[in-house]
Ligand binder design. Structure first.
Ligand SMILES: Nc1ncnc2c1ncn2[C@@H]1O[C@H](COP(=O)(O)OP(=O)(O)OP(=O)(O)O)[C@@H](O)[C@H]1O
Ligand SMILES: [Mg+2]
Length: 456
């Protein structure tokens, strides 16, 4: 199947180039070697490769210059950079210039093979598709993302830039700002879109299970492991893996994750075989990872590996220009109760929504619209259909009464529930107010059986 795909290897060391060329040809690709950057550019014209393997350090023109020239000429050949020790900064620069991924020397043949195989299978993205996407972005939509404010447009532009590569992206923002929507959009706009998209919440799982969830386990590797199981990395092979709430991952696991990202191989718990995987990793966080590094809770090296790009989602209160478009979007996408026709939102209600502080961000806005659709008499949603807190301008006193004779458990349950409401559904903020970690909050919610899906 791979036989008709042409691969150009730009490598100045003749022996290395020859060895690679033989290996890659044995996998069924047609291969040419370019010993320097200028020759690589010539061969790009005459050999017309589907995929380019480009050493960063080349005579005549180096890898970055070759990339820059390709870009100037409008050539979009998926390119895998090969970098040496200490060239990570240049490799990252290459990704910014449009390279698909980078591998560090010495390159691991099974890893390269998986990468080339997937890349070959995915080579279907068309120019037409890209034009269409750009048009949508101008209209205030990109993938599942809606918004027309200046900050949201910047986010959309950034997504379009990073999506085609395999670079890791850290998506930062308060709870409910749309981090998961952004992650999915990046996947959908990438050449991996036909591959799997897998998301895992690092805060929601007990620490003991997290590792097996990520890397899988062999039968009998721990009590209760009664059969072999593949982990998220294997499930996401050829696609994208979102590590949600990465800031909650414990340091030992962070170290293992870093190794997997560097090697492109995993080992199941209790297993000995190393399995090559080709996974693009996205990470989301609603806390300040740089602060976590200073406090010694997050590994700096992992941060640099993940943070090739950062996409920061501003709180909804900082982009009031998005409120009406989002409200309309939810109005259209949530079906109203049977027999009710709701056609729009009154100006007064819209003004209240624009002025509100939205502690739970877009998720809260969605909930407000959902609730309004139930209580409104239609056809327009009015100010009376909005929650009291919103009508008052968001200055709710937030008091609740405890009747003597109530158990401590019930008080705690009620306090947690009310605090989450008070924070507009923003669980991280609720945890902050209560003075506990997000993980503790999830644990308590689990105990009460009151946890909804993290992405609901
Ligand atoms: N720009 C947007 N356009 C359309 N829908 C959005 C947008 N931003 C958020 N949403 C919607 O808001 C809800 C919350 O979004 P999402 O789950 O992505 O937030 P999050 O940042 O991952 O929150 P958390 O940190 O709590 O996990 C979802 O229903 C999502 O579809
Ligand atoms: Mg999320």
């Amino acid at each position: 199947m791979a036989s008709h795909k042409r691969i150009l290897v730009a490598e100045d060391d003749i022996a290395t180039g020859q060895a690679w060329s033989e290996l890659i040809a044995s996998w069924g690709f047609a291969v040419e070697i370019a010993p320097d950057g200028a020759r690589a550019l010539e061969l790009i014209d005459s050999f017309d490769p589907h995929i380019l393997l480009l050493d960063l350090r080349l005579p005549k023109k180096n890898g970055l210059e070759v990339l820059a020239e390709m870009r100037e000429r409008g050539l979009t050949i998926p390119t895998v950079m090969i970098s040496g020790e200490g060239e990570i900064a240049d490799a990252v620069q290459a990704i910014k210039l449009g390279a698909y991924d980078y591998l560090r020397k010495p390159v691991d043949p099974p890893h390269l093979r998986v990468l080339l195989g997937n890349l070959g299978a995915h080579l279907t993205a068309t120019e037409e598709n890209q034009r269409l996407r750009r048009r949508l972005a101008r209209a205030g939509e990109l993938g599942g993302l809606v918004g027309q404010s200046a900050p949201m447009r910047r986010v959309m532009t950034l997504i379009e830039q990073v999506a085609p590569s395999s670079a890791s992206v850290v998506i930062a923002g308060e709870s409910g700002t749309g981090k998961e929507v952004v992650a999915r959009t990046i996947h959908e706009l990438s050449s991996r879109r036909s591959g799997p998209y897998v998301a895992i919440n690092c805060a929601a799982l007990p620490e003991t299970l997290m590792e097996s969830e990520l890397f899988g386990h062999e039968r009998g590797s721990f009590t209760g492991a009664d059969r072999r199981r593949e982990g998220c990395f294997e499930n996401a092979d050829g696609g994208t893996l979102l590590l949600d709430e990465i800031g909650e991952m414990r340091p030992e696991l962070q170290a293992k994750l870093l190794r997997v990202l560097e090697d492109g191989r995993i080992r199941r718990l209790g297993g000995s075989a190393e399995i090559a995987v080709d996974v693009r990793v996205l990470a989301s966080t609603n806390r300040d990872l740089e602060a976590a590094i200073r406090e010694g809770r997050f590994r700096e090296d992992l941060y640099y590996r993940l943070n090739v790009f950062t996409i920061e989602l501003p709180p909804l209160a900082e982009r009031p220009d998005d409120v009406s478009m989002l409200a309309e979007h939810f109005l259209k996408s949530i079906s109203p109760p049977e027999g009710k026709a709701v056609t729009g939102i009154e100006a007064e209600a819209l003004e209240l929504m624009k002025a509100y502080r939205w502690p739970g961000n877009v998720r809260q806005l969605r909930n407000v619209i959902e609730r309004a659709l139930i209580v409104t008499r239609g056809p327009l949603i009015g100010a009376v259909d909005l929650p009291a807190d919103l009508r008052r301008g968001g200055g709710s006193g937030g008091v609740f009464e405890i009747r003597l004779g109530t158990s401590l458990d019930d008080v705690e349950r009620e306090l947690i529930k009310r605090t989450i409401e008070f924070a507009g559904g923003n669980k991280s903020r609720a945890a902050e107010i209560l003075g506990v970690s997000l993980k503790t909050l999830y644990n308590r919610l689990d105990r009460y059986g009151g946890r909804d899906q993290p992405n609901s």
